[in-house]
Design a protein around this ligand. Structure first.
Ligand code: HEM
Length: 372
């Protein structure tokens, strides 16, 4: 066997190359303040973390996109989603380091950046695209340019960042699509999704769940009438509970979507409620963990956006961003509006306490041997 030469830390980690990358736009680190080097390093570290996030999301997407997802793959997917979530949380933690810059520190070199901006972070866009954020859901930056055009070179030619994001857009399915396809195959009511009785069992589950939810809020409403200080208070609460129950019915029957979409959407929504409700059944334990992990991942992304906005507000106030957006107002809007896994979040509003759940039909199907 031929022997390889001894490995060194510096060759393996590429330390010298890495330490040579903080030279700024003029290519001379010795001319930069500590604050500017810190600014560059934090962005570089974050981009590396984004790289890891993308790798994990691609792996999870590929696992779920398979026509059949065995239990082992599911536990692997959960582990990777949890890792991606942790990475996003760590990136958000780095804003604390950035906050050691005062407004004056930053203004001393800010002009050099313009019109560059985190808005041109191709990897952030890749993460959003990979998760399943649609172009139509994006908030315009403020100018007429689309988020993709902002990644072009100044002369309009495609940059490596542009190419990278376009390739990601073409790389389907998105994680959201893969998750939905997987959810569609959830056996509801003790039969596989393609069983002749699947639709009838799904319908029975939906009817039973809505009935149980109405009974639950009926009891809450009765208690509210006892607890309320005034008749108006009682009425207000009662109306709220009834609206909640109506919301559950609208959601689970897909009354808010077009008829063409309804069959598919109803099955996906019912699957999420079913998995979350009967998580103790052995075959549902990992799927439920995955759903929980995806919500945690999306929560980490929202927290990242909110944390970034607060850091930006502290350092530059509410002035226009170097990328030309409304700055903090734009960033806050992205935090409020960008949600990919709407169905998974919605289920949180609609879950029932365990003792109020209807019994599962054919529960033994969900034992480890039962579903084989
Ligand atoms: C002093 C530090 C920073 C300031 C003042 C700042 C400011 C801003 C502003 C104002 C925007 C809105 C677009 C624009 O008009 O430019 C933006 C976007 C963005 N920034 Fe920062 N940023 C800072 C540091 C960071 C860091 C460390 C990251 C980590 C990767 C980051 C990532 C992003 C991303 C991904 C966007 C695009 C957000 C979106 O379009 O959804 N920023 N930043």
């Amino acid at each position: 066997m031929s022997r390889r030469p001894p490995t060194t830390y510096w060759d393996y980690i590429k330390v010298e190359q890495l330490l040579g990358l903080q030279t700024g736009i003029d290519g001379d680190e010795s001319k930069l303040s500590n604050e500017e080097v810190l600014f560059i390093v934090v962005h570089q570290v974050d981009e590396l973390w984004f790289k890891l996030v993308i790798r994990e999301l691609v792996a999870v997407r590929d696992l779920l996109a398979a026509p059949f997802v065995p239990e082992q793959s599911l536990s692997d997917a959960v582990r990777r989603v949890r890792r991606a979530e942790l990475l996003v949380r760590k990136v958000a933690d780095h804003f604390e380091v950035m906050e050691t810059l005062t407004t004056r520190d930053y203004l001393a070199f800010r002009d050099k950046l313009s019109p560059a901006s985190g808005f041109q972070s191709a990897q952030m866009r890749e993460i959003e695209v990979l998760l399943g954020l649609e172009a139509s859901e994006r908030i315009p930056l403020g100018g007429e340019k689309s988020y993709l055009d902002a990644l072009r070179n100044h002369d309009g030619t495609p940059s490596p960042a542009y190419e990278r994001v376009v390739a990601r857009i073409e790389d389907r399915p998105t994680l959201k699509e893969a998750v939905q396809a997987w959810l569609l195959r959830t056996p509801i009511g003790g039969v596989p999704h393609d069983h002749p009785e699947a639709e009838a069992r799904l319908g029975a589950f939906v009817d039973g769940y809505i009935e149980a939810y109405r009974a639950y809020v009926g009891d809450l409403e009765a208690q509210a009438r006892v607890d309320a200080r005034t008749a108006e208070d009682a009425e207000r609460l009662a109306r709220r509970y009834r609206a909640e129950a109506d919301g559950v019915e609208r959601h689970l029957r897909g009354l808010d979507v077009s008829e063409e979409e309804r069959t598919r959407v109803v099955r996906i929504r019912a699957a999420v409620i079913f998995l979350e409700s009967y998580r103790e059944l052995p075959l549902l334990a990992w799927p439920r963990e995955l759903v929980d992990g995806l919500v945690a991942l999306e929560q980490a992304c929202v927290v990242f956006r909110q944390r970034h906005a607060r850091m930006v507000e502290r350092i530059i106030g509410r002035r226009t961003g170097t990328g030309g957006s409304a700055g903090v107002a734009y960033l806050d809007e992205t935090a409020l509006r960008y949600r990919v896994f709407g169905e998974l979040w919605a289920a949180r509003t609609m879950l029932l306490p365990r003792h109020r759940l209807p019994d599962v039909v054919d529960a033994t199907y969900y034992d480890f041997a039962g579903g084989q």
